[in-house]
Design a protein around this ligand. Structure first.
Ligand code: KG4
Ligand code: ZN
Length: 361
């Protein structure tokens, strides 16, 4: 049996190996599992920077039938998929369990049942393989996707994390060390995209569909309010969303067809302008010269191109994760786990899911 002391000793030995990293040091390979929402994903990541394999089983088709994620269905689908994605990730990395150094799992924030599935699965694997288990915050995973996309990236930098559940501006002081600069005071940007998309009759997940529709639209069609929440770097998207929904309902009540592309373009512009404005302010006032984007919404084309223009105009460097690393995946969890390992942070078998886990206390 693997005793807590045995685990602690293994973790310390790994921490020592990672801290004394030399180009010829045997790499540290972590198998990571992500199951916080509607993607079951496994990946093997080497030294926090190289993706040896990444497998993502998306449940989108199942949830699309209901117009959004159904937590109970998500948990059951994760139970079905966990073993398969792990097997496939190992196969694609051409590794056996015995050749790994550690395991990692997302333990929050997210849907409690979905998280518990992954946590239980990896606790079981840790127990049987005697590999140390590293718990990872999902948001930290999104931030860490940048270490995979931009191998030379080092903290400190400012990061805009925009996903379905979060819109945060954080200062990444060091690996796994953050200061919160600002956040949304109501809806997350992805949530607003999804709600606006639903009003336009687009299927779940709405963000990518709305963005595609917006490509052919006139963004000056609908003037939306400019959010001005308290807090210099805070966001607010609920006023924007309500104004958008009301405008659509008014048109429908008059029996007029919705100019969907124009509406989508106007909404996307309003959200992206707001995201860019505060992120620019934060990076310019931070005294740092690097801005990274993270999370599902950072796959948005308009956001990426507008941020690129700003980075050229204002002379800061911009890191954009590869598209597949923006949305949920396990490679980002494997990267974040490596830097937690460097700090000697592992979990024991009492690890639990924390649905409302925060990045910064
Ligand atoms: O990071 P993520 O995969 O999951 C969470 O942690 O929430 O983000 C999903 C969110 C959804 O709200 C989705 O609509 C949005 O990201 N999203 C986009 C785009 N791709 C994904 N929003 C706007 N434009 C996109 N291209
Ligand atoms: Zn996510």
């Amino acid at each position: 049996m693997n005793t807590p002391n045995e685990m602690k000793a293994k973790l310390e030995a790994l921490q020592e190996r990672a801290s004394n990293f030399q180009p010829n040091t045997e790499p540290i390979r972590i198998l990571a599992l992500e199951s916080s929402c509607d993607e079951t994903a496994a990946a093997v990541v080497e030294d926090g920077r190289r993706v040896l394999s990444s497998v993502i089983f998306s449940q989108v088709d199942i949830h699309a039938l209901y117009g959004g994620v159904v937590p109970e269905i998500a948990s059951r689908a994760h139970v079905d998929a966990c073993d398969r994605v792990i097997d496939q990730a190992l196969r694609e990395a051409n590794l056996r369990l015995g050749e790994l150094d550690a395991l990692a799992v997302t333990y929050g924030p997210g849907l409690v049942g979905a998280l518990l599935t992954g946590v239980s699965c990896m606790k079981g694997l840790s127990y049987t393989t005697r590999l140390p288990l590293i718990p990872v915050n999902h948001i930290e995973g999104h931030v860490s996707a940048n270490y995979l996309s931009t191998p030379e990236l080092q903290p400190p930098f400012v990061c805009l994390v925009v996903s379905g559940g979060h819109s945060h501006l954080v200062r990444v002081e060091d690996y796994a060390s953050y200061t919160l600069l600002g956040q949304t005071v109501d809806d997350a940007a992805g949530e607003a995209f999804d709600k606006a998309a639903r009003v336009l009759g687009l299927s779940y997940p709405g963000g990518p569909a709305l963005s595609k529709l917006a490509e052919g639209g006139d963004d000056r069609y609908l003037k939306l309010p400019h959010p001005a929440p308290e807090g210099r770097y805070n966001y607010s998207f609920s006023g924007l969303k309500t104004a958008f929904v009301n405008a659509c309902h008014k048109l429908q009540q008059k029996g007029e067809p919705l100019p969907k592309a124009d509406l989508a373009a106007s909404f996307e512009k309003a959200v992206v302008d707001s995201l860019c404005e505060k992120a620019l302010l934060a990076v310019r006032e931070s005294g740092l010269n690097t801005l990274c984007l993270a999370g599902g919404v950072s796959a948005n084309r308009r956001l990426r191109s507008q941020m690129m223009e700003l980075s050229k105009k204002h002379g800061f460097s911009l890191c954009l994760p590869k598209l597949w690393l923006c949305t949920d995946n396990a490679a980002m969890i494997g990267s974040a786990a490596y830097y937690r390992l460097l700090k000697g942070q592992g979990a024991n078998l009492s690890l639990n899911a924390v649905p409302a886990l925060r990045l910064v206390e």
